[in-house]
Design a protein around this ligand. Sequence first.
Ligand code: GLU
Length: 305
Amino acid sequence: MEELLERLLEECRPFASQGQVANYIPELAKGDPQALGVYVTGSEGKHSWAGDCRRLFTIQSIVKPILLLQALLDNGPEFVLNRVGVEATGKPFDAINAGDQSLDSGNINPMVNMGAIVMCSLIHGRSYEERFQRLLDLTRRLAGDGEIGIDGAVYRSEKSHGSKNRALAYLLKSHGLLEDGVEEVLDCYFRACSIQMDCRALAHIGAVLANRGRLPVSNERIFPAPMSRYVNAILMTCGMYDGSGEFALRVGVPAKSGVGGGIMAVVPTRMGIGIFGPALDGKGNSVAGIKLLERLSGELFLSIF
Ligand code: GLU
């Protein structure tokens, strides 16, 4: 496996030059466009890796499935489904998911910003500080890494360049879809996007989703099995922004990308995969990372279709 990953990594690294590091938030523009790393964690706990897999990066949108898990754990599926729908938007992460007049919970999706902002408000806690801390604790347990924290510089940069997210949050509020104060909810969202980890931690989270809620090796249960079906189904249809259909064809497994260059892929019952490659395509997905996943999927017959 290690040899295969090394070979694919070298084959795919040149594709990074076709992409660009995200620059709509100044701090993200400092990413290294040539970096590429992959980490695979099997359901039974076997690890393999290649390249820049121990570099830290902010998970950005990859926090969305974790937010969804926390919202499901705190409120149950029926409650969450009534507030954040599951239909694919086929639109970019920061799109307005409906015409201004027709916005309702059915056209908000948990894998794009509007849905993620609502999910921050669904997490239980007496304060937003406590809500974020609970999300961070869940992230650490899923990732098997108790040291995970946030990148303060990215958080501050997100917060001071967050006009579009503020617009989305006010729109949600004006439609009665967000009860709490815009700034406190967004602060939680910006901090969530700024959580940083490496490919190994990302692969571990993927392995728990692949394992239907149990940690690899110890088998400790983190969330009930039906929740992995809920989250993985949405990852399959909406995890790669408006590139989800093509990704389903080329790779064929549930996955979530983030504009920091990460991709977390879930191969149900088999493995979790963590990718880091900050050079992004026009839709915000890692160019070399998708190539690598496509080739790995071909070699190991990972597609679920
Ligand atoms: N922090 C980002 C934003 O909301 C997340 C974007 C992403 O990774 O899709 O602008």
